[in-house]
Design a protein around this ligand. Structure first.
Ligand code: ADP
Length: 626
């Protein structure tokens, strides 16, 4: 009997995750029957505790990276974008409406309000949103400052009053972004997504009508016209992104440029927190980016959702979200070894499928153990001491023993490749015909596009011998003080969250996923190693409908491999966007590209797709003369 991968859902949800995983042959974790560590994926809507990152085992993945609150809470996002504007210029970071965090920024807001009132009269609109609420709760739009009333921390933002409309209805885009890794930054954006409509026609003379001004499904599904046919929008309040592409096709719009601008927004937003997110290779994050397009086809970032809704309200949800979760699972790179979990680390030569002992041979449930009153002969001996110290010691001693076995029996991996990323060489090279992927019968991943040369999920554990630091995870920014009103004094909120050093856990320190504060000294890579290194670390160009949007060329790959070089990345983003904006610059772009090719000899086979279009072209094809 083959071993199954096991998932664990916090609070029984989301249902679509359960459904997709069960269809793929996964098992749901049962706390009564299974060992505490006997799972491969733990999915939570809310943040994990720091101890859950501390205790991650090699076969386990979490669906959140630590410390991403810097973009997922409205006030933190506003503050971080403001910091980036101050550093890199307001023309680059001009994709989010100016926001003021009240009450702290009240004076600044007042002066901006008065300035605009004097120059433009009352035709400027504002939107007020509670910082820690979602789903449209507590939001209102106003023109006159006397209507600004609040009793909690809010952000006040310029209201984009000229949105692009479909048959008179306002909409925004929900873009699904997967950050596979923050170190190096690796970003995928899903081809499908949702378009969310308001259910009453847009009208600036009725600012209080939330069914006309907000596009949240949680609001509009209770609107009187939700089920009515609404001209081109149809019934309900959602389209798939594919349907939206058809709509764009009917408009006179440079689609490639629009998609690229959205993709840039995603990258630029992630750059605001990427340097301060601790590295955690066994975590992924699915963000929901909300993008509003205005009448001039300029995309605006409204907010970034942590744990975007996965409820299935309508057919568009079913079409989009099921595929999305399937592709996300493919992106997580589970291997045969993962499905064996702890058994893969015991004294069994079990890494080749033919050596994998039957699951039943190892499986002894908690109840069986109680009945037999003894530890399974297949599991490692536990030390009997007093609780809770006893429990911790038991875990540790078992982990130490597991490591010993892990080192004896680990599948052959090319250690040169792995150590190269730390600037070290090892003499012992082992073959790397190693781990089979378990993509499952429902995987839509185009395996040819997925070049997993070694097992990426395992490599980080092998290469990190440094002490492990784990950062506390929080969703709240409690660090704000009055002193922060000064722009210069503003810091990245997430960097102020203290790091916890985890000492004394030999197993976790040497073998577990690379979770550390990011404050360690950058590793110097000898120049002659870089080309080879880059070849190894180019993440797959697409996985299912997830398109890799970062890194997108050799320069951004290099700029993200070690210490993130934000300036270079921004330069490259600008270059790409400018190229798509102006076909007249095609030739110059080609010349520039050829120069880059010469400089990065050996990396010219780096390909990227342009995220957005149905059949995404290779980026370099976008610039070929028509
Ligand atoms: P929530 O987290 O409560 O959903 P959002 O920031 O996403 O808060 O805002 C909810 C809705 O309000 C958006 O989906 C959009 O329709 C509208 N909205 C928000 N900010 C703006 C803005 N600055 N300009 C125009 N519409 C906005």
């Amino acid at each position: 009997m083959a071993a199954s991968l096991v998932f664990r859902l916090h609070d029984r949800g989301p249902e679509v995750v359960r459904e997709v995983l069960l269809e793929r042959g996964w098992e749901e974790y049962d706390g009564e029957e299974q060992e505490e560590e006997d799972w491969n994926l733990y999915w939570r809507g809310s943040a994990f505790r720091s101890s859950e990152y501390h205790n991650l085992l090699p076969w386990q993945r979490l669906n959140h990276h630590p410390k991403t609150v810097g973009i997922t809470r409205k006030d933190c996002l506003a503050r971080n974008l403001r910091r980036m504007r101050a550093t890199f210029g307001s023309s680059l970071y001009d994709f989010s409406p100016n926001a003021f965090i009240l009450p702290n920024d009240y004076t600044r807001f007042l002066s901006e309000y008065n300035k605009l009132r004097a120059t433009r009269g009352p035709s400027v609109y504002w939107i007020c949103k509670p910082v820690d609420l979602s789903r449209g709760r507590g939001i209102f739009i106003f023109q006159d400052i006397k209507d600004l009333v609040y009793d909690c921390s809010v952000i006040v933002q310029r209201y984009i009053s000229d949105p692009l409309l479909v048959s008179g209805y306002k909409f925004d885009l929900r873009i699904y972004v997967c950050v596979k890794s923050f170190h190096p930054l690796t970003v995928y954006v899903h081809q499908e997504g949702l378009v969310r409509f308001s259910t009453e026609k847009y009208n600036l003379s009725s600012l209080r009508n939330l069914f006309a001004h907000l596009t949240n499904t949680s609001i509009n599904k209770f609107g009187p016209f939700y089920k009515t046919e609404k001209e081109r929008v149809g019934q309900g309040c959602k389209w798939t992104m594919s349907k939206f592409r058809h709509f764009l096709h009917s408009q006179d719009v440079n689609q490639l440029l629009l998609w690229q601008r959205i993709s840039s927004i995603v990258t630029l937003t992630l750059l605001t927190i990427a340097p301060s997110v601790p590295s955690c290779p066994n975590c992924v994050e699915l963000f929901g980016f909300d993008i509003l397009i205005d009448a001039m086809f300029k995309p605006w970032l409204l907010e970034v959702n942590y744990s975007p809704a996965l409820t299935l309200d309508c057919q568009a949800d079913i079409t989009v979200k099921k595929e999305l979760i399937g592709d996300l699972i493919d992106l997580m790179n589970y291997t045969l070894v993962d499905s064996l979990r702890e058994r893969a680390y015991q004294r069994q030569p079990c890494f080749h499928p033919s050596h994998v002992p039957a699951l039943s041979k190892f499986k002894e449930t908690k109840s069986q153990k109680q009945r037999s009153g003894s530890q399974s002969s297949q599991t490692l001996p536990l030390i009997q001491t007093h609780r809770p110290v006893a429990k911790m010691n038991q875990r540790r001693s078992r982990q130490h023993a597991l490591v010993a076995n892990y080192q004896n029996h680990f599948p052959p991996v090319d250690l040169n490749k792995i150590y190269a990323s730390r600037g070290r060489r090892v003499n012992k090279t082992l073959t790397d015909q190693t781990l089979n992927l378990i993509l499952g019968p429902h995987s839509r991943t185009n395996v040819s596009a997925v070049s997993r040369q070694t097992c990426p999920a395992l490599a980080p554990r092998l290469m990190d011998n440094r002490s492990l630091h784990v950062s506390e995870v929080t969703r709240r920014d409690d660090t704000e003080t009055e002193a922060e009103v000064e722009l210069e004094a503003e810091t990245d909120v997430s960097s102020s969250i203290r790091d916890i050093q985890l000492g004394g856990l030999g197993f976790r320190r040497s073998k577990l996923p690379d979770i550390y504060s990011g404050s360690l000294r950058p590793v110097k890579i000898p120049l002659d190693r870089i080309t080879a290194l880059n070849r190894q670390h180019v993440p797959p160009i697409r996985v299912g409908d997830f398109i890799r949007t970062f890194p997108f060329n050799a320069a951004t790959l290099r700029a993200s491999q070690h210490k993130l070089d934000v300036k270079i990345i921004i330069q490259e983003l600008n270059r790409l966007t400018a190229q798509l904006a102006s076909s007249g610059k095609k030739r110059r772009r080609r010349e520039e590209e050829e120069e880059v090719k010469k400089e990065t000899d050996g990396e010219e086979d780096f390909d990227s797709l342009l995220w957005g279009p149905k059949d995404p072209p290779l980026l370099n094809q976008c610039f070929k003369p028509t």
